[in-house]
Design a protein around this ligand. Sequence first.
Ligand code: SAH
Ligand code: DHB
Ligand code: MG
Length: 222
Amino acid sequence: MSKELYAAVDTFLAERLVGSDPVLDAVRKSCIDANLPAISVVPTHGKFLNLLARMLGARTILEIGTLAGYSTIWLARALPAGGRVVTLEADATHAVIARTNFLRAGLTNIIELREGPALTTLAELAAADRETRFDLIFIDADKPNNAAYFNWALKLSHPGSLIIIDNVIRDARILDSASSDPSIQSRRQFFTLLASEPRVSATALQTVDAKGHDGFAMALVL
Ligand code: SAH
Ligand code: DHB
Ligand code: MG
């Protein structure tokens, strides 16, 4: 199977199950216009995140890695009245584009974007209110920090929270134990951490889409 075929099937599914949405279409266009990397979740996965949040009855969501806010908007739309999303982004250019998109989506009251390296903003978030807990946490930023983000996610969760980590397969490169790429080694080590963490029950799903063969891990906090 080729990437083109994965993309064609994904388009087939998205046309039928997601459809067009003026706001989300504009967000995707904002990425192209600003020449951002094409690494937002695909529409079918955005809707998957939305359905997961609704299944959980999530009221509070934390996202690490905003980019243009595409996944953020899918997540925010899953929330009941009074719900909130905190999304963390290090890149000032991405943050400006995301804020414009949240305005466009009418979600500025629900989404709080915190700018800065996530390890800093996570520490600030935890220090500001020691009771802060999130029902759903989506980790999708710089991959070598996934273990650190996962440890923060555990601190900021409660039994029943769901932690999702994106891009854990990378065209099967995680199989390469001799890889000199730190982002591959860190992914491999992350699975060891996940498997040995008694506070969660975890699995991972392989996915194929326009971006290739990848996947996400998900951990239910016990
Ligand atoms: N979740 C988005 C895609 C995020 S892409 C979506 O699916 O729509 C990853 C983002 O993480 C990029 O915008 C990048 O700037 C950001 N990022 C990278 N390193 C970071 C860090 N240390 N702290 C916070 N954000 C970071
Ligand atoms: C990359 C990051 C992502 O979040 C993603 O979904 C795809 C690719 C990357 O850094 O290459
Ligand atoms: Mg991703």
